[in-house]
Design a protein around this ligand. Sequence first.
Ligand SMILES: Nc1ncnc2c1ncn2[C@@H]1O[C@H](COP(=O)(O)OP(=O)(O)OP(=O)(O)O)[C@@H](O)[C@H]1O
Length: 167
Amino acid sequence: MQIALTGTPGTGKTTVAHLLPYRVIDINALVREGLNFGTDPKRGCLEADMDGLAERLVEMDSDQISILEGHFSHHFAQWSIVLRLAPRKLESRLEERGYSPEKIRENLEAEALDVILVEAVEYCQRVDEIDATGRTPQEVADLVAKIIEGKLVMPPGQVDWLEEFFG
Ligand SMILES: Nc1ncnc2c1ncn2[C@@H]1O[C@H](COP(=O)(O)OP(=O)(O)OP(=O)(O)O)[C@@H](O)[C@H]1O
């Protein structure tokens, strides 16, 4: 069984995934290792081979729980857990990474407008949403673990960044 841990870049997916007692499948690593069509000239990043990824993930699936980690992992799972982060926090994390102002703006807008959450709701049968703002990675991982163990449900609709971002 594969469960997606998704969210806008910088929300903490990689950090949290590796605190969980499950196998982690890094979708971006699969793309870098060959499941791509080369660099997209407009975006300057690798264009993922979505069909190839879907096939590879079916091959990798088993009865054991695996976490699909990456900002488009929700395309490949029936169940997604979406990490959210207040845009002001996300901005400082992306600045620390040295992202360009355009790339920061694009990601902040996507977070403010719930882009990944909305996609996850569209693609997946079940979606949980965790606001990671003000929580340590371990606190977020504990919530993810409780959700996966069936002890907690965190339905979408808990955050609204519109006022903070556009207000
Ligand atoms: N809950 C948290 N509190 C404070 N810092 C955090 C938290 N979660 C992650 N970070 C830090 O934020 C940065 C981004 O985290 P991480 O790389 O896990 O994000 P990501 O969502 O996997 O990003 P990407 O999609 O680009 O891989 C890292 O420096 C990490 O240490």
